[in-house]
Design a protein around this ligand. Structure first.
Ligand SMILES: [Cu+2]
Length: 231
């Protein structure tokens, strides 16, 4: 999902993530226009100051530069607020996964069919197989089905961590004593990576997140196998 020397976002695989990127792109466009306008005004004021700085006797100019930014900010807040509300709204989820942050690994807990819990540790560089990404490979991935609404609950065992998967458009803080909720509906199968995004101590950079998104059928099989193993 990411490539060497990537400068922009990873491709999004959730509708919410796509909206995040759209809002970001739109803001960048508006900010570029404002930047050009301000720079042009500065240049014009430098070239002919009399025309712009001393020609006004009433307060028309002040009124304009008070009112126009207000309009722009209101216009900008609109899609952002809409997105925030859309992302916090939970469609009826079929699967609930609890991601518990530890110093320094993630624990995943599934409790819908059988109670399945396991820890996900980073694989150290020396033990990597060919093709496995450094600092991102884990021994046991989190598994989610695609095209299904999943509820991701995040909390922490010790300090604040953050469960972040850029391709999902999700960044959910794991706060001890609190349960944060986010909903994810991944539109396609694949392997997606994330990292803890809240500095949490010495090994903060060594608690990656690897999510394997599979079909419902494979998910069910995976669950029943784990259930047998755990029993
Ligand atoms: Cu961390």
């Amino acid at each position: 999902m990411s490539y060497w020397c990537q400068m922009y976002f990873q491709n999004s695989v959730t509708f919410a993530g796509m909206r995040v990127q759209w809002v970001f792109g739109m803001y960048c466009a508006v900010l570029t226009l404002i930047f050009i306008f301000v720079m042009l005004s500065v240049v014009l004021c430098l070239v002919s100051p009399h025309q712009f700085l001393y020609a006004q006797t009433d307060h028309t100019l002040e009124r304009i530069w008070g009112f126009v930014p207000l309009l722009i900010l209101t216009f900008l807040s609109w899609p952002s607020m809409g997105l925030l509300y859309a992302m916090s709204e939970l469609e009826t989820p079929l699967i609930t996964v609890k991601c518990i942050g530890h110093q320094w690994y993630w624990e995943y807990e599934y409790s819908d069919f059988a109670v399945i819990t396991y820890n996900s540790y980073m694989v150290p560089e020396k033990e990597l197989n060919l093709g496995e990404p450094r600092l991102l490979t884990v021994d046991k991935s989190m598994v989610l089905p695609f095209s299904v609404w999943c509820r991701v609950l995040t909390t922490s065992f010790d300090v604040i961590h953050s469960w972040t998967v850029p391709a999902f458009g999700v960044k959910s803080d794991a706060v001890p004593g609190r349960l944060s909720e986010s909903s994810v509906k991944v539109e396609m199968p694949g392997v997606f990576w994330g990292q803890c995004s809240e500095i949490c101590g010495a090994l903060h950079s060594f608690m990656p997140i690897r999510v394997e998104v599979v079909s419902c059928r494979v998910f069910e099989q995976w669950m029943s196998v784990l259930e047998d193993v755990m029993a």
